[in-house]
Design a protein around this ligand. Structure first.
Ligand SMILES: [Zn+2]
Length: 484
């Protein structure tokens, strides 16, 4: 270890010497000591050409580049020729968020010569805990511009290209074709399919990642005969199974770790070295402290995009309706609204005050060890007996603690199925419970509709929800309710 350190120090000193010499040759600064034998001086900053007594592999890097990337160049896995390939390569980072921040920064830091950044969004204060390319001063600025500034500060020799128009079916294949590798740093199903299809159409490998909560995933698609995203996921997940960071939350450093690994995969793909995660999925459970790699199904000869005989070109990508296919919007933001309840089954946020005035105050509090399902059953019984409405907030407990309507009881949506079963059992025992007035509320008025329907399907007769949820409450009633 010591010997290795010593060797690295000596190498560093030698490289520094070469750098000094290069600077001296360019700027004419005085240099102490005997001149070294050297070959014909190239243009300032030109490739290391060798001297009378030494030569190179013909890697073509300048002394500055050798010096700057030296710790990586001396790696057996990289070496000067692969580093030179990196310098001549390009990568497209789609999404300058939690994954794109470390991925884009590391690509530039490691010497990828040209980095494209696609994002049409602006920086929001709630992005800062994980999207570390963006400083506080960038709040309100275009993410693509903020990313460009961050990359330039880190490595001025990296050519950054920003694409503020975002990614859409009309531009995806053309955009992707201009880069050697593509990094999917987006957070929604339609963008994942669009990017994969565009990479198939343009013949580009795709490094795809996702991070949510304290979990992350990573794979490489359409590379080395491996599957594309459609091969592995021929049918999109149902929209209600697609949580986003804004709904489910994310621990800041988790996309950081996964995005950094994306940059590693991109380096493997660009240099043709190592073992890219093609046909494999890396699964990170950061909270449990485990990483495992699972094998994915191989390329599907019947795949609509990359299968035998499939002619998936830019035209097909441009014509495909990704929104209809996945049932989701491509933009980050509120998920497409659920429309389960009719207008007569919904309470306007502006009328919530009237419900609160009639409800029990304070609201039912959980007893020691009382599960949400038991709490709902008891609260329904009490409300029915008192002839008062029961407000049920189905947001996760952490969100409920951030702020909630007075008198409401918290029964998280994740446990609502068992809670509804329990409520049905209460109604079986006491028919008055079935006719209790129940008003459900959630964050945006989607989960609350589904929860209301679950109660209605179990025979409850007087169930409504709050249209637009607590966000509508903040907009229509009280702007001081916390925004999250
Ligand atoms: Zn495929």
């Amino acid at each position: 270890m010591e010997a290795e350190l010593e060797r690295l120090r000596a190498e560093n000193a030698s490289l520094r010497g070469q750098l000094e010499e290069a600077r001296g040759a360019g700027g004419g600064a005085g240099r102490v000591g005997p001149p070294r034998a050297r070959g014909p001086p190239g243009p300032p900053g030109g490739p290391v050409a060798g001297g009378e007594l030494w030569g190179t592999s013909g890697h073509g890097m300048t002394r500055e580049q050798v010096s700057r990337y030296s710790r990586q160049v001396i790696l057996e896995q990289i070496g000067p020729d692969r580093q030179a390939r990196l310098l001549a390569s390009s990568a497209l980072v789609v999404g300058a968020g939690g994954l794109g921040s470390p991925a884009g920064l590391y690509l530039a830091a490691m010497g990828v010569g040209r980095v494209g950044v696609v994002d049409r969004d602006t920086v929001d204060a709630s992005n800062l805990h994980r999207q570390i390319m963006h400083p506080e001063a960038s709040v309100g600025a275009h993410k693509a511009d903020s990313a460009r500034d961050a990359i330039r500060r880190l490595n001025a020799s990296c050519a950054v290209e920003v694409h503020r128009e975002g990614l859409h079916p009309g531009n995806a294949a053309g955009l992707v074709a201009r880069y050697d590798v593509v990094l999917d740093c987006t957070d929604n199903a339609p963008s994942r399919y669009l990017l994969s299809d565009a990479c198939v159409a343009a013949g580009r490998p795709l490094v795809s990642a996702a991070a949510l909560g304290t979990d992350g995933q990573l794979s490489v698609y359409h590379h080395g005969g491996g599957p594309c995203y459609r091969c592995v996921h021929p049918r999109p997940p149902r929209p209600e199974h697609c949580a986003s960071c804004s709904d489910a939350g994310v621990l800041g450093a988790v996309p950081g770790a996964v995005g950094a690994l994306q940059a590693v995969e991109a380096v493997k793909v660009l240099t043709g070295a190592g073992e890219p995660l093609s046909g494999r999925l890396l699964v990170l459970d950061a909270w449990g402290g485990t990483v495992r790699t699972v094998r994915l199904r191989g390329r599907d000869p019947g795949c609509a995009a990359c299968g035998d005989g499939a002619a998936w070109g830019p035209g097909a990508v441009a014509a495909f309706d990704y929104r209809a296919f996945t049932g989701q919007e491509m933009e980050e933001g509120p998920a497409a609204g659920v429309a389960v309840l009719g207008p007569g089954e919904r309470v306007l946020a502006g009328d919530l005050g009237g419900v609160v005035a009639r409800a029990a105050a304070p609201g039912p509090a959980p007893g020691a060890g009382e599960a949400p399902a038991e709490l709902l059953g008891r609260a329904l019984r009490e409300a029915a007996a008192a002839g008062r409405p029961l407000l049920v907030d189905v947001r996760p407990a952490g969100q409920w603690r951030l702020g909630h309507v007075r008198g409401s009881v918290n029964v998280p949506y994740s446990s609502f199925w068992s809670a509804a079963q329990r409520a049905a059992a209460e109604a079986e025992a006491d028919p008055a419970v079935r006719d209790a007035e129940v008003v459900l509320v959630c964050r945006r008025g989607n989960d609350s509709q589904l929860a209301a329907r679950a109660l209605q399907e179990r025979g409850f007769t007087h169930v409504r929800d709050v249209a637009g949820g607590m966000e509508a409450f903040r907009e229509a009633v009280d702007a001081s309710f916390p925004e999250y």
